[in-house]
Structure formats: structure tokens, C-alpha cells
Design a protein around this ligand. Structure first.
Ligand code: GN1
Ligand code: MG
Length: 360
């Protein structure tokens, strides 16, 4: 039987016959393939089988992406990817079994990283996200759909973990009492930081909401970051989410999949991140929003840790896994990072203040 990706690919128009389809990338949500056409080297495309369980309304996701891409379509350091429509002119193809597929252009001569190699890369990648967010700051966030409600809501995610400790697998619960206790002990901090949600001085902006290092493309063999990809979660959000998720993924001394005992929050990378970000995102921030950024690294690291732990307790219903303890190991990695962020919180704050001339 022909592979479903080969069947889906025929619904889209490419510049030449498709000669190869192979699995691609390291995402946790969709199934992704790289498509190569025979005509030239630059004819490559990204085909995705859309995860309808995670994104309940695929059409709204695509409309958000389209709006953001058209906004980014102006001269800047960023090269936007393009949506390739179906032969019928649609943003998505739905196969007879109800599954959605979509295609994007592939940006050639590009590479991405799960882990930083040096400070220059941190500066560049944060600069790319800074530029992206500055350009989108002109958009009214209400123009976009909220495709996953409460996606980075600290209180909701914490409640979901609590619920999973009641309804989740008892067998799994017994394998991780320490991790559950660690997470639940953070309730006072969760309550404290929740003040930034719905605060009149912390505006809703158009945010990316998945500012992982590997969502920045670099020109192959250089340190030049030239594109921001994976726009699935562009929607109204707080700046602290994007700032925090950069810190979470740039400054971890090991990848998200790596050994927890080796994890450190790298301040040298955080300094470079701040330099790169604030020299490209040049809006004047009010004090309350600036302070909210200080909560970002803790907030996003904690959220990701408890999301992985919740999914482990619920039996791996959300993230793709390669082995049974995968989500638990990811949670442990994030909790180790969280502990080091707590140790370094005052230097994190000083670094942010320094960017705004608030300390020497
Ligand atoms: C998921 O699939 P990927 O890697 O783009 C998740 C993000 C998490 C990330 C953890 C829609 O993103 O929120 O940060 O895994 N995306 C969704 O690596 O849940
Ligand atoms: Mg993503």
C-alpha cells in the first residue's frame, strides 16, 4: 500500500515531479516530511500531517499563520516561509479519513540547532525572535484566533497537573513521588506570578509561543539567523512567554531530551540572549511588563516541566514519545533547569535591568 504521505502530497502542486519523501525534524506534535522535487536543488517542501488532537481547529491555525506571514512580508532581516496551497486553492487538504495535511516552502541552505554552540548564535537567534516580535507588535492581537486556550497559563497548567495526580495512572504515580512533590511545592510561586496574567499594564501582544532555539533557521555554515519557523501557535500572548521560552531552550546546558544531572542554566548564553533580543526588539516597555520578563525563564521552564509530568501521569496522550519514561525524563530535565534558574534569579534580573540602563 502506498504511504499516506505520498497520497497526500499529490493534492499539492509542486514545480516538478516528487522524487523523495522522508521523515524530517524533531517536533513533538505533527508528523513532518521533507519533499524533494526533481527539477532543481532548491525545490524542497515541508509536508505535515496535522495533529488535530492538539489543535482542535486547524483552519484557524492556518488563518493565523497566513495573517502573520503577510504582515512579515516586508523588507527585514527575516525571510518568511510560504504556505503552499492545495490544488483546490485551500490552506489544508483533508483526506477521506478526516486527517489534515499542509505544505510549506522549505528554506534552502538552512540549518537549526537543538542546542547552542556559542554566544554569537544566542545573540543571533534572540535577535531573530526580537525582530519577529517587533514587526508583529504593530498588529492588533485580537486579529488572531486563540487556537489553544490558556496555552501558557501558569494557573491552568498547575491545575491540570493537580488533576492528573488525582485521575492519572496510579502505577505511574508510584514511579515519581519526588517529581510530583517538587512540582506541587511551587504553588506559592505560581500564585505570585499569576499577577501578571490579565494585568492592565502587561499587554496582550501577538506572540510566537514556541520560541525554541530549533525554531530559528540559520544560514548553513554561518552564525546568521535568517528565519523564524513553526508559526502554529502564533496567537495573543504575553511577551514573557516568548522571552522565557528562549531562555529555557537557549540556556540549558543539555538538550530537552538530555540527562537531568548535567543540566545548568548558562548565564553566558543568557547575557548574549538579552543583548541580541533587546537590540532588535526596541519598544519602550513599561515597568510592569519589564518585570514580567524576569519571571519568563522560571515560568516557561516550570510550565514545560509540569506539562511533561502531566502527560506522563495521563499515559502519554499529548506528546510523541520514544520510550515509556520519555515524558518523565523530559520533566526531570526541566525541573533541574528550574532549580538552577531559582539559584540564578537575581543575576537574571540584573541582566534584564542592565539592558534598560536600570543598573550599572
Ligand atoms: C511542542 O512540537 P514542537 O516541538 O514544535 C509544544 C511546545 C513545547 C515543545 C516542547 C503545540 O512543540 O509547547 O514547548 O513541544 N507545542 C504544542 O519541546 O504543544
Ligand atoms: Mg511547535
Amino acid at each position: 500500500m502506498e504511504h499516506e504521505a505520498a497520497l497526500a502530497e499529490r493534492q499539492f502542486e509542486f514545480p516538478g515531479p516528487v522524487v523523495n519523501i522522508s521523515p524530517f525534524g524533531s517536533g513533538h506534535i505533527h508528523d513532518t516530511y521533507l519533499i524533494s522535487c526533481s527539477d532543481t536543488d532548491s525545490s524542497r517542501f515541508v509536508l505535515q500531517k496535522f495533529n488535530h488532537n492538539v489543535f482542535k481547529n486547524p483552519q484557524q491555525v492556518m488563518i493565523n499563520i497566513q495573517k502573520v506571514l503577510s504582515h512579515l512580508d516586508q523588507p527585514s532581516r527575516l525571510e518568511p516561509m510560504q504556505i503552499i496551497r492545495t490544488r483546490q486553492g485551500e490552506l489544508l487538504y483533508q483526506s477521506d479519513d478526516g486527517v489534515y495535511w499542509r505544505v510549506f516552502s522549505y528554506l534552502d541552505h538552512s540549518e537549526s540547532f537543538d542546542q547552542l554552540l556559542n554566544r554569537q548564535q544566542a545573540r543571533e537567534a534572540a535577535g531573530a525572535f526580537g525582530c519577529f516580535l517587533e514587526m508583529l507588535s504593530e498588529m492588533d492581537s485580537e486579529e488572531l484566533y486563540t487556537t489553544i486556550p490558556d496555552f501558557h497559563h501558569l494557573g491552568t497548567r498547575f491545575d491540570q497537573l493537580k488533576e492528573a495526580t488525582r485521575s492519572g495512572s496510579e502505577k505511574r504515580m508510584k514511579t515519581c513521588p519526588k517529581q510530583i512533590e517538587f512540582a506541587l511545592s511551587k504553588e506559592p510561586q505560581v500564585i505570585k506570578f499569576c499577577k501578571f496574567l490579565n494585568h492592565p499594564k502587561v499587554p496582550k501582544r501577538v506572540t510566537h509561543n514556541d520560541t525554541k532555539l530549533n525554531n530559528v533557521l540559520f544560514k548553513q555554515g554561518t552564525t546568521q539567523a535568517f528565519s523564524v519557523i513553526d508559526l502554529d501557535t502564533v496567537m495573543p500572548g504575553l511577551l514573557l512567554y516568548d522571552f522565557g521560552d528562549m531562555a529555557r531552550t537557549f540556556c540549558n546546558s543539555v538538550p530537552e531530551e538530555g540527562e537531568a544531572s548535567q543540566v545548568l542554566f548558562r548565564m553566558d548564553y543568557f547575557e548574549a540572549l538579552c543583548e541580541g533580543f533587546f537590540s532588535n526588539f526596541r519598544l519602550n516597555l513599561q515597568t510592569m511588563e519589564l518585570n514580567s520578563l524576569k519571571a519568563g525563564p522560571w515560568w516557561m521552564t516550570f510550565i514545560m516541566g509540569i506539562r511533561f509530568l502531566t502527560d506522563y501521569l495521563l499515559g502519554d496522550v499529548y506528546y510523541k514519545i520514544n520510550y515509556p519514561e520519555h515524558n518523565l525524563n523530559r520533566a526531570e530535565n526541566q525541573f533541574a533547569l528550574l532549580a538552577d534558574i531559582e539559584n540564578k534569579q537575581s543575576i537574571i534580573n540584573e541582566n534584564i535591568d542592565r539592558q534598560f540602563g536600570l543598573t550599572s
